[in-house]
Design a protein around this ligand. Structure first.
Ligand code: NAG
Ligand code: NAG
Length: 358
């Protein structure tokens, strides 16, 4: 065998080794925890966002559905690092832990194999979490306060729901958001700049968002079996076709079975969220950690054109950040984790984490 051919054969062997390597399933704990939080929400009883600052105090302890996963591979320097995963509107814990072919599509599994613990969740109003009034309660200011409360608990050694990790203080927080989840994280690093060390904002820019692109209707009309008990202020996308139009790239960018699984797991959003979408999206002048903004090139919600050139100006919103970088994933729309390019998205995040010492 010629040396060149031997090298090729070796390359082929390592490539096929890659293709068949399965990411192991990490050990995870599902739980529901009461999370105390206080914030001023907006008075949106008129159906619109009033001018001025939010001034209606909400102080409660709602039940939040959490999924804590341990690392599946031990990496010493990541022992005290926790990745907090936040989904967007219309999704739940399935977004960052996709149940369709999870060895390929689940980011939580990917992160576990890199040595990270993760805390994934269904935010307030989603999944098995409480579903309080969708207008007055499920709004950006109060949701920011819930996430802050969860991160503070993790830093103090009380990861909600993770009893085996009682007393384990996670002193490095990497927060990963998608879409509305990124908006909430934007609000946290703007107002509590020392709570998070590194933030990954996906499906996100500071440009105005056209929520009408979601094409939503009351969730209880859309799927009475799943959402029939919810008030009409909880909304969801119409069907797989309109969901793909809003959240996906063209047909060749995803497996139709991934879309079908997404549609089957789809969740709601609240009118309070859509009215307060822009409230947390400000500059973060005092944040000194690391920021990665990462979008699918074909994201019609976050991107202004087919190369997502508007992502370039994101760095200016983080003037004191240790680093502020942007990445664009080809052949992906808004729902990055359900596209064929999901592994590339995860690899991009991991390369960035490696480069910045996390
Ligand atoms: C909200 O504003 C309406 C008037 O627009 C007022 O009647 C109501 O009391 C206010 N609610 C709260 C909780 O402040
Ligand atoms: C989805 O909803 C749109 C808008 O109402 C409709 O035109 C389309 O036929 C629906 N598609 C499916 C597969 O139900």
């Amino acid at each position: 065998m010629s040396p060149a051919f031997a090298a090729l054969a070796l390359l082929a062997a390592s490539l096929s080794g890659c293709a068949f390597a399965k990411t192991p399933k990490p050990r995870c704990v599902d739980s529901i925890a009461h999370i105390p939080a206080s914030a001023n929400n907006f008075n949106v009883s008129s159906g619109a966002l009033p001018p001025g600052n939010p001034d209606v105090l909400v102080s409660e302890a709602y039940r939040i559905q959490l999924r804590f996963c341990e690392p599946s591979v031990a990496v010493k320097k990541r022992t005290d690092t926790l990745q907090v995963l936040l989904h967007g509107i219309g999704y739940n814990e399935d977004y960052w832990d996709v149940s369709f072919q999870p060895e390929t599509y689940s980011y939580a599994r990917f992160a576990a194999a890199q040595g990270y613990a993760t805390l994934n969740m269904a935010r307030l109003g989603y999944g098995k979490s409480d579903h309080p009034d969708p207008l007055s309660i499920v709004q950006s200011p109060y949701e920011v306060a819930i996430i802050e409360s969860i991160i503070k608990a993790a830093r103090a050694g009380h990861v909600p729901g993770a009893t085996r990790h009682r007393g384990h203080k996670f002193n490095t927080i990497v927060a990963v958001g998608h879409s509305y989840g990124s908006r909430l994280l934007n609000g946290i690093i703007a107002t509590q700049p020392t709570l998070i060390d590194a933030v990954i904002l996906s499906g996100h820019t500071h440009d105005p968002l056209d929520a009408s692109l979601l094409l939503a209707e009351p969730a209880r009309d859309n799927d009475p079996a799943r959402f029939g008990q919810l008030p009409p202020g909880y909304i969801t996308t119409l069907n797989a076709t309109t969901r793909a139009q809003a959240f996906y790239g063209p047909a060749e960018t995803f497996d139709p079975s991934a879309l079908a699984s997404d549609e089957a797991h789809k969740d709601v959003g609240s009118l309070g969220e859509t009215l307060t979408l822009d409230f947390p999206v400000t500059s973060a002048p005092e944040f000194t950690g690391d920021v990665l903004t990462v979008n699918g090139a074909l994201d019609i919600l976050a991107c202004s054109d087919a190369t997502c050139s508007n992502i370039e100006k994101e760095a200016m919103f983080y003037p004191k950040a240790r680093s502020a970088e942007a990445a664009v994933i080809p052949a992906a729309g808004h729902a990055l984790t359900y596209h064929l390019s999901a592994p590339k998205f995860y690899g991009t995040i991991q390369a960035w984490l490696n480069r910045h010492g996390y």
